[in-house]
Write a protein that binds this ligand. Structure first.
Ligand SMILES: Cc1ncc(COP(=O)(O)O)c(C=O)c1O
Length: 475
């Protein structure tokens, strides 16, 4: 049997560049000889005399050395990687290398998971609760979610209208996959959470950004919304409290939006309520599905990551009309199946903490509020920074465009949010995320999921870094 195995280990690999030409040609001719060996013999040879090389099977026959086709699908190529994850990873790598970077990029609470929740997870393991659960999540957890949604949000669901997933990220994506046809439009108010646009793209839908203004607290203007709705509009995403702006949609505004949505039978709403509990009075949270006529067309997405400091447990959920939720469940059944049995037990404990997470969550929210107040005051005092006071979540979305076009010695020109963030990392050793990642280049996002002393140090560093910018030096 002539071998169909080909070696592809040398020609353009890093190995090649480390070889003298004579060695390369020796290896190359060896690779050609290998191709002429019967497969069994080749296997035997390799087993007896292992050689560090990669061998691939290939359908191609044309040349002595075949390249692997590294082409990726157009779907992957159309998607941007998450900038928040990239910057967080970069900052973490710097910290690990000994650079004292202040990490204000990450979108996760700096608190540990409350101990009652953690214990429930530990007990689940101890009690052998470590097997697959039903695809949609355990009945115990889905019933607890139904109770929570009824008592706290005024929306009534049955367990078969709930789908528990590996994080709310999965819930959002599955909802879009379930209802969007190619070419459908997903309306996303900007600035937006980085994943919405990319998830829409991954589902072959078209993200349509409705830009909001800092001067209007980054809230959607219903008239602008209505002006862009057309027969292709399939999903409107509302995120309140918002990542990245911290804005909270007041009830009256949601009602206005609901009236518009009601006119368009094809339009559904995905209401991302994952920051629901991290909200600062007098602002209060309203679930979109609780508004008249909206239950039938709303996907309510929520999760445990933010309020319960459970980012690593990967647990989120979706509630909606059965027809849609079961479609999402079908996708999940071929994708990940149900989420971790251990996390689900922890989720039950989290929902057992009482209204809005009880005391354990209230302590964290109080700390977030103190930090928000401190940062809002500090940034208001800084030259050129424009700010809309966030009412929820743990982010500030600040307009720093005043500094764009200015030059800094030894760095160059600060052109945009990207270069400003690089500058703040270089000079101030503070990691924050460019607003461009969220669709607004005039701003940067600061996460205040960090201790007060860390925030104080960050403010000092940012002030010093900004002081070095020679304002008004033309590009
Ligand atoms: C607005 C928003 N929705 C959903 C998620 C997803 O959360 P998770 O997948 O951790 O539940 C995040 C996380 O950053 C978020 O900011």
């Amino acid at each position: 049997m002539a071998s169909s195995l080909h070696t592809s280990f040398i020609s353009n690999s890093p190995v090649r560049s480390n070889l003298q030409d004579s060695e390369y040609f020796k290896l190359r001719s060896f690779s050609i000889q290998l191709q002429n060996l019967p497969f069994k013999c080749l296997k035997k040879n390799l087993n007896e005399n292992p050689i560090r090389m990669s061998i691939v099977t290939s359908a191609k026959n044309s040349s002595d050395v075949n390249e692997i086709d590294t082409t990726l699908s157009p779907r992957v190529n159309s998607v941007k990687p998450s900038k928040t994850v990239a910057i967080t990873d970069q900052a973490t790598a710097l910290v690990q290398a000994g650079v004292p970077v202040i990490q204000l990029a990450a979108g996760e609470p700096d608190f540990d998971t409350p101990s009652v929740i953690a214990e429930a997870g530990i007990n689940a393991i101890r009690q052998g609760y470590t097997r697959y659960t039903p695809n949609s999540g355990t009945l115990e957890l889905r019933e607890a979610i139904c109770r929570k949604l009824s008592e706290e949000n005024g929306i009534s669901y049955t367990p078969d209208e709930i789908l528990v997933s590996n994080g709310a990220k999965q819930s959002v994506h599955q909802a879009l996959l379930a209802v969007c046809s190619p070419g459908d439009e997903v309306i996303i108010p900007g600035p937006f959470w980085v994943s919405y646009t990319e998830m829409a793209t991954l589902t072959d839908a078209k993200p349509v950004i409705l830009q909001t203004q800092l001067s209007n607290n980054f809230l959607l203007d219903p008239k602008v919304l209505e002006s862009i709705i057309n027969e292709k509009s399939r999903v409107l995403i509302i995120c309140s409290p918002s990542n990245p702006t911290g804005s909270v949609y007041p009830k009256e505004l949601l009602e206005e939006i609901a009236k518009i949505v009601a006119k368009y039978p094809r339009l559904l709403v995905l209401s991302d309520e994952i920051y629901e509990h991290i909200i600062y009075a007098p602002a209060s949270h309203v679930s979109f599905a609780s508004l008249p006529g909206m239950w039938e067309r709303t996907f309510t997405v929520n999760g445990f990551s933010k309020a319960f400091a459970m980012t690593g447990w990967r647990l989120g959920y979706l509630a909606g009309p059965k027809h849609f939720v079961q479609a999402c469940a079908k996708i999940q059944s071929q994708f990940t199946s149900g989420p971790s049995s251990i996390s689900q037990k922890a989720g039950v404990a989290a929902l057992g903490l009482g209204r809005a997470g009880g005391e354990a969550v209230a302590i964290m929210v109080k700390a977030f509020q103190e930090r928000r107040d401190y940062l809002v005051k500090s940034f208001k005092e800084m030259e050129g920074v424009k700010i809309s006071e966030p009412q929820g979540a743990f982010y500030l979305f600040l307009d720093f465009s005043y500094y764009y076009g200015s030059e800094v010695e030894g760095f160059g020109v600060i052109e945009d949010s990207d270069s400003l963030c690089r500058y703040l990392l270089d000079k101030g050793q503070v990691a924050v995320v460019p607003g461009a990642a969220f669709g607004d280049d005039s701003c940067i996002r600061i996460s205040y999921a960090a201790s007060m002393s860390t925030l104080q140090a960050a403010i000092e560093n940012i002030k010093k870094a900004l002081a070095q910018i020679k304002l008004g030096v033309p590009v």
